[in-house]
Design a protein around this ligand. Structure first.
Ligand SMILES: [Zn+2]
Length: 240
């Protein structure tokens, strides 16, 4: 058993422990991958609890999903990850799991609102929602294609989340930031209202984002509403 890239294998196991400890992946849910080269991706195997993996449990695959190494079969959701790697050469790691507060939005088909918390504006930006498809098939993986290169975190309708970044830790952070945000939104709505930042203040945050060296925000690159889902948490909102 090759333990090449021992440090990255250990990072994937560590992120697996965090995902499981936070309740982002029940049972054997979730999968994590990291691009090792132009041709090779390291990924978690299928049917394993993400909280108890060891470095030699991981597998390698090529960009068509063919398994290259590993004693266990690769995750069946690898094609979702490969879709991101093929669409954006800058992405080094992809995390998919089922964090409950973000998935509540995915189940409700409620767009993730923007213009509320500074960290979310800077680190996530708009979080689009991909349409539902049966997990594991080609159509499922293709649902996120339109968002690769335009976002770093996507909500999958009636299913979960996918986030990506330049390292395993950064890819995971996006999921953690999103779930904490969704939890706060749900709590605030229970209190009764969700106030927005002004457009001027959101623009200041997008300037900061640029200064921090984050990828340009989709709202600046592609246009679109600065404040997404402005009706979320409005006390006078009428149910749809
Ligand atoms: Zn899933």
């Amino acid at each position: 058993m090759s333990l090449d890239h021992a440090d990255i294998r250990e990072q994937i196991c560590e992120i697996g422990r965090r995902i499981y400890a936070r309740g982002f992946a029940a049972g054997n849910d979730g999968n994590i991958s990291c691009r090792l080269s132009d041709e090779v991706v390291l990924c978690t195997p299928t049917l394993i609890c993400k909280g108890f993996m060891t470095p030699d449990d991981l597998c390698t695959v090529d960009l068509s999903g063919r398994q290259l190494s590993g004693k266990r079969p690769r995750t069946s959701e690898i094609f979702l990850h490969l879709e991101v790697y093929k669409g954006d050469p800058a992405v080094k790691s992809v995390v998919h799991c089922h964090p409950p507060h973000a998935v509540a939005f995915a189940v409700a088909h409620e767009e993730i609102p923007t213009g509320i918390l500074p960290e979310v504006e800077v680190f996530l930006g708009p979080v689009p929602r991909a349409p539902y498809e049966t997990p594991g098939n080609d159509r499922f993986a293709a649902t996120i294609r339109p968002f690769v290169g335009r976002a770093n975190t996507v909500v999958l309708s009636n299913h979960g989340t996918v986030s990506w970044g330049p390292t395993v830790e950064r890819a995971y952070w996006n999921t953690e930031i999103l779930d904490a945000y969704c939890r706060i939104l749900i709590l605030a709505r229970q209190i009764g209202r969700v106030e927005r930042l002004s457009a001027e203040k959101v623009n200041e945050l997008l300037d900061l984002k640029q200064q921090f060296g984050e990828a340009p925000d989709a709202r600046r690159r592609f246009g679109g509403d600065l404040i997404i889902n402005p009706d979320f948490g409005r006390p006078d909102r009428t149910p749809e």
